[in-house]
Ligand binder design. Structure first.
Ligand SMILES: NC(=O)c1ccc[n+]([C@@H]2O[C@H](COP(=O)([O-])OP(=O)(O)OC[C@H]3O[C@@H](n4cnc5c(N)ncnc54)[C@H](OP(=O)(O)O)[C@@H]3O)[C@@H](O)[C@H]2O)c1
Length: 416
């Protein structure tokens, strides 16, 4: 186990998610005697954050620098065993930090939900990360921990009961209560800008296997589509489905988990993630209304003039996010249905307490960082770019169940 000045550095402790992550990390690191430091670009803001931290948090070291300062990133990442980042959009501010963690063999996790940036980071640094031993784990927030760990949980249950995995899994978001922060809005706006300027962006977004290694980008799933005006009937759950904004991103992560773990779910594994309304004509109409609204929002985001209006007058700004009341009263639920080739069906329910966009996300990110630090010798994968399920799997599932308000439960099991 490497010995460094800090066990964990939280980079970006002043943002909407960073402030909450700082709070959770200060509490949890205090309980476990881990050495935490917080960092960002503004000393005054960092001192205010530090002053509000619980326990001995107000004695933490503060590191001040800029995300684009590669020399600073190199020096900072050499001082810690793990760096956890909330500085996004990651495609704009995250690349120097990942490069520095990889070069210094420092483990890393973040909140990105930007597949095109993840692809670029894997392509640029996978080989070096293997050599230095840095475990790099993107997507450690609501995107994509519940989906990724949920599928792994369902498949573990299938293996334990029947000795083989489900060939097809569908994830349905059945409840989602909460808000989203300025950084999430900025990441979305940046993605819409990239659509116009980067010729590869559309191709990569549509490719369901875009995050899989080269030579492993084929399988049974059709293109990932962002907010199609499409509602379908889910016969397993007897309700209408509607598109889900984060479905394409989470699906890519789940498929990457399968590919980089050498196909524990099978080479013909098929995955889909949407949201769900209810049955009957009322359910159909609710799903259709949502699908049309989602498409209109996407069109408004794609047109520079309306995008600017939304940015100025509607969407939260950097540092802003849902109120304490919304964060604490929020919750979510997903139901996953797995099917075996002989028709046997397993269903699992994954729930989360706290709004998915900030509270639940930062609790999960905190546990991912603690897992990389505290379970370093129990994690079996070597250096490289991993997904949450591939890198930390059961270790992280136990942590988020115990400390981040998630639950994983098998709710049905019908043999063919
Ligand atoms: N995966 C998920 O489920 C999920 C959920 C929520 C958020 N997110 C993602 O998390 C990221 C953060 O969201 P947020 O709402 O917390 O964003 P935010 O409020 O805008 O915070 C951004 C942070 O980055 C810092 N920063 C910006 N530019 C910097 C630079 N050049 N050098 C150093 N620090 C810099 C800001 O510092 P200042 O305070 O000094 O400006 C702030 O600490 C976004 O990418 C968002 O998409 C993901």
């Amino acid at each position: 186990m490497m010995d460094r000045e800090f066990d964990i550095i939280l980079w970006g402790a002043t943002g909407a998610t960073g402030r909450r992550a700082a709070h959770h990390l200060a509490r949890r690191c205090g309980e476990h005697g881990l050495r935490l430091a917080i960092g960002g670009r503004n000393r005054d803001k960092l001192e205010t954050v530090r002053g509000n931290l619980p326990g001995a948090g107000n004695e933490l070291a503060i590191l001040v620098g800029d995300s684009h300062d590669a020399a600073f990133m190199g020096a900072m990442t050499a001082r810690a065993r793990v760096v956890v980042s909330t500085v996004g959009p990651f495609a704009l501010y995250g690349s120097e930090l990942v490069a520095a963690c990889v070069a210094n063999g420092t483990h890393y996790c973040d909140l990105t939900a930007e597949p095109q940036w993840m692809r670029a980071m894997i392509d640029a640094h996978q080989q070096t990360a293997r050599e230095t031993g840095a475990r790099i784990v993107h997507a450690c927030g609501h995107d994509s921990i519940p989906s990724d760990l949920g599928v792994q949980f369902l498949q573990d249950e299938a293996m334990a009961r029947y000795g083989r995995p489900c060939k097809r899994v569908t994830t349905r978001v059945t409840r989602m209560k909460g808000g989203f922060s300025g950084g999430t809005a900025a990441s979305f706006l940046n993605a819409m800008r990239l659509r116009e300027t980067d010729p590869d962006f559309g191709r990569l977004s549509a490719d369901p296997y875009a995050l899989c290694p080269e030579g492993e980008r084929q399988g049974p799933d059709g293109p990932d589509r962002m907010m199609p005006v499409e509602v379908t009937w889910d016969a397993d759950l007897q309700a209408w489905t509607k598109p889900y904004f984060m479905g394409p991103m989470n699906s890519k992560v789940v498929r990457r988990t399968n590919a980089i773990m050498d196909y524990p779910y099978g080479r013909d594994f098929s995955y889909q993630e949407t949201a769900l309304t209810r049955g009957g004509i009322g359910g159909w109409w609710a799903a259709m209304r949502y699908a049309i609204f989602g498409r209109m929002l996407l069109i408004a985001m794609a047109i520079p003039a309306s995008r600017g209006l939304l940015q100025r007058h509607v969407l939260p700004k950097s540092g802003e996010g849902p109120s304490k009341e919304v964060r604490e009263s929020g919750s979510y639920e997903i139901v996953q249905v797995g099917e075996m080739p002989d028709g046997t069906v397993l269903k699992a329910r994954i729930t989360g307490q706290g709004d998915p966009g900030v509270r639940s996300t930062t609790l999960m990110l905190t546990e991912a960082a603690l897992c990389l630090a505290e379970d370093e010798s129990r994690i079996v994968v070597a250096g490289g770019f991993w997904t949450p399920a591939a890198a930390m799997g059961r270790l992280l599932r136990d942590r988020v169940t115990e400390h981040a308000g998630l639950s994983f439960e098998l709710i049905a099991n019908h043999e063919a």
